[in-house]
Design a binder for this molecule. Structure first.
Ligand SMILES: Cc1cc2nc3c(=O)[nH]c(=O)nc-3n(C[C@H](O)[C@H](O)[C@H](O)COP(=O)(O)OP(=O)(O)OC[C@H]3O[C@@H](n4cnc5c(N)ncnc54)[C@H](O)[C@@H]3O)c2cc1C
Length: 594
């Protein structure tokens, strides 16, 4: 039975020592995030994850969701009580402005809580996660009337949110979208169409569900330029805010899928349902991007969460399972065999995951902090740089953390041998649950294309220059004691610069060169970003070690970081070689030859 413990102490170290949260009191709302407040919030969030969300994870996977003949969907036993604890604790509105019932705390703290929640119970964490995404979209693009009517209830958790993009014939290519919106003459629209794969589309956790739906207004242009965003509540809301009649939207069926069984994935039928335009007509994709960008970061966090949960289980098992003897002589001679944690191959597996998790956690928090700077800094230049860095790193966090999160869940499963393959130990669930994060919110291949095709060339490469500038400035200040970190990062940075240059020279003439190298480039940038995070962690750990106290904690952090620099970061050279190979052999065979 897996036992999840939210990494509260590690997160506090990252926020306080590595990211210097307390030095950011110039950002609106940060002054309230005193060390005491941050610690109290994280400890409570950790308790919620460990004691409320994690205990219903495995049972939720086994039971799954049920659609009843009348269209109702029920979630697994225990989910409602756990959701009520989540909503009742005010977690939904942690970083939502106080005017709408939130607590106005920095988004970076909310991201830490998302990490704990998705590690504890990915399927359950998606219900509040999607609601937070819908809230973010309405905060930016909703009318004052929409915000007043819907946000407080959503922040309270009484109503949840969804995002409805996908249709049977269109997933990645939303320009093909067919759902229609017909003006009803009173400012509302009749929405007609079928959406598929809608997470949390119907369930029994909340009184109402606020669907954000992409549709095409009658007569709007074809393609992505004719798409608008609509708010379509499951239950219509009366003038006084009370719930009225059922809207014409229903769940036709739920999917039977590989993982996240506790989250309902619904076919949603809109049969002339009443909806209201959010933002400008034909600018729906732009409005939905607020939700999608928020969700992409949250999905990256899901990859990390599954990697962490699988790692914790694998460590416990490796200390317990007795098989064989250590190569250097018995470590537990009084027992029939040594625990498998003595074997270098098991250690390699555990170190690889651990070294990834710690840096990945730093990277998601660093990226979330850019979001806070973007929304809260007074200085326009500071806001612009934060916007650039967040835009650049969003596809990397989504793509790299979920690719590696799944790979790490498989590696951790391997530590269990055959016991990892049977359901009892829970490792199979981590693998199955982690898999979806590589697909939804834009499949990872699309994240790579977004990075290389949009984020990299945007504004003459300004975002990449800002990132390189920040890393180089950090390296300039590194002392002798940081050499084991700074030197490998310098080499990896060289690979990144060469790859960027190669693409600039070879992708214009043949765009397939960019397409064929995109995933490698995304991982190359991800490795450099994780290496940079390890350099920052090392500097903070060296400072803490010098202060004395629990030096063993800081020493193990430094060892873990050196492992990453020696054994994970050199993968940048392989990625560079692949990018330089171009599209030649990748595209040489005719489609008929497959
Ligand atoms: C469990 C689950 C939950 C989901 N939740 C939601 C939700 O809440 N709301 C919602 O709207 N959708 C949701 N989705 C849908 C999900 O976002 C889509 O499945 C995903 O975006 C991919 O779309 P698709 O399945 O149509 O694949 P396709 O678009 O058909 O893509 C198939 C493959 O081709 C690749 N590909 C496509 N176009 C290109 C291109 N131009 N260049 C390179 N490669 C390309 C893709 O990367 C992918 O590997 C969910 C899906 C699942 C399975």
């Amino acid at each position: 039975m897996p036992q999840y413990r939210a990494p509260v102490d590690d997160t506090l170290f990252l926020l306080n020592d590595v990211l210097g949260l307390q030095g950011r009191s110039n950002l609106a709302g940060f002054a309230d995030a005193t060390p005491d407040v941050v610690e109290a919030v994280l400890r409570e969030g950790g308790k919620l994850a460990d004691e409320i969300l994690a205990p219903v994870n495995q049972a939720g996977d086994r039971e799954g969701c049920t659609r009843h003949p009348d269209g109702r969907v029920t979630t697994p036993t225990g989910f409602k009580a756990a959701y009520d604890a989540y909503a009742g604790g005010g977690w939904m509105g942690l970083s939502v402005p106080e005017a709408f019932g939130g607590q106005g705390l920095p988004q970076v703290i909310n991201t830490a809580i998302q990490d704990f929640a998705s590690g504890a119970n990915l399927a359950l964490s998606m219900y509040p996660g999607l609601t937070q995404g819908a809230v973010a979209a309405l905060l930016v693009h909703g009318s004052e009337e929409q915000k007043a009517r819907y946000l407080p209830k959503m922040v309270e958790g009484a109503w949840t949110g969804t995002m409805n993009l996908t249709e049977p014939h269109c997933g990645t290519d939303l320009g093909l979208l067919r759902t229609k919106a017909a003006p009803q003459g009173d400012g509302s629209y009749a929405i007609t169409g079928t959406k598929i794969f809608i997470s949390a589309g119907e369930h029994d956790l909340s009184e109402n569900i606020v669907h954000l739906v992409l549709a095409r207004i009658e007569g709007a242009p074809a393609g992505t330029k004719g798409i608008s965003l609509f708010l379509v509540p499951k239950v219509l809301v009366n003038e006084d805010g009370s719930l009225g009649a059922r809207n014409d939207v229903s769940c036709g069926s739920i999917e039977h899928k590989m993982g996240i069984h506790g989250n309902s994935t619904c076919v949603m039928n809109y049969d002339g349902a009443t909806g209201w335009l959010v933002g400008e007509a034909n600018r729906g994709l732009n409005a939905m991007f607020v939700m999608m960008n928020e969700a992409r970061l949250a999905v990256g966090v899901q990859g990390l969460g599954q990697s962490e949960a699988a790692y914790q289980s694998a460590v416990a098992y490796a200390k317990d399972r007795l098989q064989g003897r250590a190569l250097t002589g018995a470590k537990a001679p009084e027992r029939a065999a040594d625990p498998i944690i003595v074997h270098p191959d098991i250690r390699r597996t555990l170190m690889q995951i651990r070294a990834f998790n710690e840096a990945a956690r730093a990277l998601v928090l660093w990226t979330a902090l850019q979001g806070d700077v973007l929304h809260r800094a007074e200085d326009a230049k500071e806001r612009q740089t934060a916007d650039d860095l967040m835009g650049l790193m969003t596809p990397v966090v989504k793509g790299v953390l979920t690719d590696r999160g799944f790979a790490n869940a498989v590696e951790a499963q391997q530590v269990f041998g055959g016991h990892g393959y049977v359901e009892e130990w829970g490792m199979s669930q981590f693998v199955r649950d982690a898999r979806i994060a590589m697909i939804y919110e834009g499949a990872n291949g699309i994240q790579a294309m977004d990075l290389i095709g949009r984020k990299l060339p945007k504004d003459g490469g300004r975002a990449m220059m800002a990132f390189l500038g920040e890393v180089q400035a950090f390296l300039k200040e590194s002392g002798e004691d940081e050499a084991a970190f700074a030197k490998p990062l310098q080499a990896a940075l060289g690979d990144l610069q060469q790859a960027t240059m190669w693409l600039m020279q070879n992708a214009m003439g043949n765009p397939d060169n960019a397409g064929a190298g995109a995933t490698d480039y995304m991982h190359l940038l991800g490795l450099v970003a994780l290496g940079y995070m390890w350099c920052r962690i090392a500097r903070a750990a060296l400072a803490r070690k010098a202060e004395g106290g629990d030096t063993a904690r800081w020493e193990s952090k430094l060892v873990t970081g050196r492992f990453f620099m020696e054994r994970s970061l050199p993968e940048t050279a392989l990625r560079l070689a692949r990018i330089r190979a171009g599209a030649g052999t990748t595209m040489a065979l005719a489609a008929e030859a497959f």
